[in-house]
Design a protein around this ligand. Structure first.
Ligand SMILES: NC(=O)c1ccc[n+]([C@@H]2O[C@H](COP(=O)([O-])OP(=O)(O)OC[C@H]3O[C@@H](n4cnc5c(N)ncnc54)[C@H](O)[C@@H]3O)[C@@H](O)[C@H]2O)c1
Length: 258
């Protein structure tokens, strides 16, 4: 058992899936930069990732780097982390946000789609966490937050279906199991399960009609906003959140209690 080391003054948060202009990742990267984190954005598109990082540097004056990599590819992810460690301060935080949806009904599902969804949503979180953990454990301090989904808890029910739901349920078990091993070494590990959030992942930008439809059983009467999810992530990334680990947080406007 190691007591967690204090946060270093300069520290980097790696945010995967943060290039999408209307996504949770981009807003989370912005929020973390506003709280003084240096930020590394890891996403598929090199230009979008670089541009997102440059805007953080321009707006908040923090070091920021955009790196193109698929979270599903071990070599690319290891290369991305090596680059980040060469350019930015010590990696203290990892936010696993990269994800893909899967609206295909079960009887029409192909094994290729199943594998692709698991490759990004679960293997991707594993690969990034596995690499980040080496640095975090070495320094006895780290924060890992991964995006699961209400879909994991309710078995779909929003847009995506079986492989999405199963892969996101995997994120919850993954986070708890990794928390069990890494928390004694100074690294907290948590998951977040959002309900429907106003991004483009559910088959494109949501129309007012679709938002109303998705809000039907939401107690607060609306879909969520990316900045609301980002605020929860940013809290779990703080030094003061060091007593929270192995938890799956609901953020769903009361659509589901667990
Ligand atoms: N929007 C919602 O309603 C909602 C609800 C629950 C959970 N989530 C989860 O939140 C996360 C963010 O979703 P979003 O709504 O912002 O969607 P989004 O589509 O805007 O963002 C997903 C991001 O992941 C990136 N990505 C996809 N495959 C990748 C790969 N192989 N390697 C690296 N990056 C990759 C995309 O380029 C994109 O930037 C996802 O994990 C999603 O499953 C979203």
């Amino acid at each position: 058992m190691t007591q967690a080391a204090p946060f270093p003054d300069s520290r980097t948060a790696v945010v995967t899936g943060a290039a999408s202009p209307r996504g949770i990742g981009r807003v989370t990267a912005r929020r973390l930069a506003s709280e003084g984190w240096a930020v590394a954005i890891v996403d598929l598109d090199a230009d979008l990732s670089r541009e997102a990082a440059e805007s953080l540097n321009a707006e908040f004056g923090v070091p920021a780097l955009g790196v193109a990599a698929s979270v599903a590819d071990e070599e690319q992810i290891r290369g991305a982390f090596d680059l980040i460690e060469a350019e930015l301060p010590q990696i203290v935080g990892l936010v696993n946000i990269a994800g893909v949806s899967s609206p295909t009904p079960f009887l029409e599902l192909t094994t290729a789609e199943w594998d692709q969804v698991f490759d990004v949503n679960l293997r991707g979180a594993y690969l990034a966490t596995r690499r980040a953990a080496e640095t975090m454990v070495n320094n006895s301090v780290g924060r890992v937050v991964s995006l699961a989904s209400i879909s994991a808890e309710r078995g779909g029910g929003t847009f995506s279906k079986v492989p999405y739901s199963a892969s996101k349920a995997g994120i919850i078990g993954f986070s708890r199991a990794v928390a069990r091993e890494l928390s004694p070494l100074g690294v907290t590990v948590n998951a977040i399960s959002p309900g429907p959030i106003d991004t483009d992942i559910m088959g494109g930008t949501l129309t007012e009609e679709r938002k109303n439809d998705l809000s039907r059983d939401v107690l607060v009467g609306r879909v969520g906003r990316p900045d609301e999810v980002a605020a929860l992530i940013a809290f779990l990334m703080r030094e003061e959140a060091g007593y929270i680990t192995g938890v799956n947080y609901d953020i769903n406007g009361g659509l589901h209690f667990s």
